[in-house]
Design a protein around this ligand. Sequence first.
Ligand SMILES: Nc1ncnc2c1ncn2[C@@H]1O[C@H](COP(=O)(O)OP(=O)(O)OP(=O)(O)O)[C@@H](O)[C@H]1O
Length: 487
Amino acid sequence: MTKILLVDDDKNMLLQLERILKSNLENLETLKAGDGKEALKLVKKENPQLVLMDMQMPGLNGLETFAEIKKAAPKQLVIMITGYGTTDTAIEAMKLGAYDYITKSPDLPEILLPMVNAALRASEIMNEVVVLENVTDTQNVNLNVRSIIGLSPKMQEVYKSVGKIAGTSIPVLLIGESGTGKELVARAVYHNSNRKDKTFLAINCAAIPETLLEAELFGYEKGAFTGANERKIGKFELCNGGTIFLDEIGDMPMSIQAKILRVLQEHELERVGGTETIKVDVRIISATNKNLQELIAAAKFREDLYYRLNGIQISLPALRERREDIPDIVSYFLKRFNYEFGKNISEIPTRTLEQLKKHEWPGNVRELENIVKRAVVTTTGPILQLNLRSAGAAAAETARETTLRNQAFDPATPLDALIDAAADSLLERMLIMPEDDPERRDLTGKLEKALIVKALHKLEENQVRTAKLLGITRNTLRSRIAKYGVQ
Ligand SMILES: Nc1ncnc2c1ncn2[C@@H]1O[C@H](COP(=O)(O)OP(=O)(O)OP(=O)(O)O)[C@@H](O)[C@H]1O
């Protein structure tokens, strides 16, 4: 038996709603309340699956009643009914966690039924929920610093290896599928090394065309080629004393491989077009999702370079090989995105978690991260509404994100094109969002906040460098950090 509570001071409205619902839903019991107090009593006593409530009522109004209901029964699904021109308060209610709202209009029956059906399905799923521990407690976590999550035996092997080489400068080779956390582990190696106070630079070898890559890594002298109007210092030199992370090393062209080998063996290099030999001391952490042995057999990768890079090899397991870590990873991302999007989601339906555990995760943790992020953005209320049917969409998003990241790495991509692409995907989302969705508000502010949070993360929370990177003064940066409440 499905129970729906109807709340309105207008008796005719109550009867109209009852008629619409009863003629379309089977096994339905309707409860009726004429004011907020009575509604609250019935919610506590009858535990209905759904409440349909008018916003304007004498005594306790809809919003106040809603707040009381949420106190008494936090998981209660409520759809608010508003008159024309009062959508503002409906949006308030949505922000407080109402499931949805509907405007009184002649086509109410057509809109009401699909909405009620969807809400009833949601209520069914939400009846089984897992309460995630401490998800809303962000007190003791620094969410700007990315943590590596997972206590499965395979991940413990990873931590053990990172621990073993802490304090050394041995080259590290990270292997694993895309999205398994290779860059994250590279940063962990760096943070635990005796070079942690020196520079860390990351470069994606696959994203940069051969000639530019050589110039990026080794620098060039003025006049080395057309367009080389000034001397440029390369990443190895900039990183002297520090750590460089060469991502997608399997895509490194043969011509550059020889030069990298020389850095590893002799600790020296020459700038493009230069004759001076420059001494460098750089720790190399490299990563690949390709099979380097196969590349060696195909004469696409130097065997001697492989042995040099492979001081210690750390293999990152695919997410499907450590499914037991999925609940912890999900609650970590929930915590992070609750914070980032100002949400308060603390529960996840058991069925959803089971689905997530069974999924194949071709995009690994990055794919899971995108799915949770999308769900957090679209969820109202305390229970995560995640739809794995949109996994295809999430995978497409992962692919788009990867392309965008690769383009971003390519200095030949004009900055305007990147800004354009980011604005495009933002607008695509807005086109499918309701016009009065509160998420739409202050987009430019949110963009600015995201830029600042990400820049601080990339630059190891160094405010001086972050301000410089963003082209603002340190004072402006400080005031923005305060304004947006960046931790
Ligand atoms: N164990 C983990 N715990 C928490 N977050 C993780 C974990 N592994 C990966 N992530 C997150 O997933 C995303 C992808 O991770 P990362 O970039 O390190 O993967 P990758 O293996 O270097 O991928 P690619 O090969 O595509 O460059 C990042 O946002 C990262 O923070």
